[in-house]
Design a protein around this ligand. Structure first.
Ligand code: PAP
Length: 396
């Protein structure tokens, strides 16, 4: 999304690169990416940068493409070099929150963070870190924060250190440390489609122990409206360019051209993986989460290996977590109303307010925007793409 030149390596060296041969490999990969860029299909972007098509998916070139390719190679390098950092990381499972943008990332970040760290942070406490830290700053984005060197990967990143701070003016904003006194897993958010994921991570025999994916799917009509609203604002603020009209955006979305799209390929990739490996991929639906939060949060905790005890349930811990992470609560917090703290965006000089991630949080808002023709076209695509998959949408 930035205006950075795509002919320059924009992904700084990180602690992934520990040995000389890794460093050489890193720059070789970077040169390869720069070489491939001019030949990739290109379309107008939804925010402030054009999208390129890479292995079937439309992604932003300045960090998503470069980061995705680097990560694929680095995880492999990592796996084969057997460095000390690799060994340290290998002892902790990796949990990924995977989403197509605008499907519920912010909500699930908060829920995963609060659930996994409930023994550290009481969900009902007035000092819970989520009350002063935006959900996007609780744990890193795999393809963005990592490649921009925001995190110390020699240490686990399950949760925040109590002493973290941020600079509300942006610029040098930073979180000092994501390291809690105890950690049970490394947590990452990602928008990468399943098929672009490094095999070393999706293969259960990897050096990293068990990798698990929590995927959140939201009905495509609401995702489209949410994306169009968000993209329009970000594009106007960062480029001064006119945002897409509703019709133009809808046509692009239907043709599969949206960040990390096509929508259906992204969703189906994780859906199929969840059917094949239910112990490794949990497939959640935004609408069902809205309807039955308690059942879903319990399912989430169980999947992540930390089921709620009877005592916790009787004390109302599940309900406390749901309340803490609710749209109403999070969107009313000062940190989410007035700050701009997402590290990779701040570093890339892209203006996105924390409040931009809280709009309405409703199911079915699409009905306020769609014409009958739009609804028919989308329904037709849904039938065509998802028939036979077993996946249905609560409110398509
Ligand atoms: P991202 O993938 O770019 O991080 P993401 O959080 O998935 O964005 O999407 C934002 C949407 O989630 C917004 O939907 P809307 O535009 O239809 O309103 C936002 O309002 C909604 N959202 C954010 N937090 C919550 C929450 N706690 N509960 C329910 N919905 C939420």
């Amino acid at each position: 999304m930035s205006s950075a030149s795509t002919s320059q390596p924009i992904v700084p060296k990180t602690d992934y690169i520990e040995e000389k041969e890794d460093e050489e490999a890193y720059w070789k990969i970077d040169a390869e990416i720069c070489g491939m860029l001019p030949n990739l299909p290109k379309e107008k972007g939804w925010t402030s940068e054009d999208l390129v098509q890479y292995q079937g998916f439309w992604i932003y070139p300045t960090f998503a493409l470069k980061a995705a390719v680097h990560l694929q190679h680095h995880f492999n390098l990592f796996q084969t070099t057997g460095s000390s950092t690799s060994a340290a990381r290998g002892s902790l499972p990796m949990y990924f929150l995977a989403t197509l943008p605008k499907s519920g990332t912010t909500w699930l970040r908060a829920l995963m963070f609060a659930t996994l760290n409930r023994s550290l942070y009481d969900a009902a406490s007035p000092h819970h870190p989520l009350l002063t830290t935006g959900p996007h700053d609780c744990f890193p984005c795999l393809e963005m924060d990592n490649m921009l060197g925001n995190h110390d990967h020699s240490r686990p990143v399950t949760s925040l250190d109590h002493d973290h701070h941020d600079d509300r003016d942006g610029g040098d904003a930073m979180i000092d440390s994501y390291v809690p006194p105890t950690s049970t897993a490394q947590l990452f958010a990602t928008h990468l489609p399943y098929s672009l994921f490094p095999k070393s991570v999706t293969t259960s025999s990897s050096n990293y122990g068990v990798s698990k994916f929590v995927y959140v799917c939201r009905n495509p009509k609401d995702v489209f409206i949410s994306l169009w609203k968000f993209g329009s604002k970000v594009k106007a603020v960062n480029t001064g360019l006119a945002p897409f009209s509703l019709e133009e955006a809808f046509d692009l979305f239907c043709r599969g051209v949206c960040p990390y799209g096509p929508y259906w390929d992204h969703v189906l990739g994780f859906w199929k993986a969840s059917l094949e490996m239910p112990e490794q991929v949990l497939f959640l639906k935004y609408e069902y989460l809205r309807k039955e939060p308690s059942a879903n949060v319990k399912r989430l905790a169980e999947f992540l290996g930390q089921p709620f005890s009877e005592e916790e349930e009787s004390k109302g811990v599940v309900q406390q977590i749901i309340k803490l992470c609710s749209f109403e609560n999070l969107s009313s917090l000062e940190i989410n109303k007035t700050s701009r703290t997402q590290q990779y965006l701040v570093k890339a000089n892209i203006v996105v307010e924390n409040s931009d991630f809280f709009r309405k949080g409703q199911v079915g808002d699409w009905k306020n925007f769609f014409t009958d023709d739009m609804a028919k076209r989308m329904d037709h695509i849904i039938d065509e793409r998802f028939s036979g998959s077993g996946l249905t949408f609560a409110n398509p």
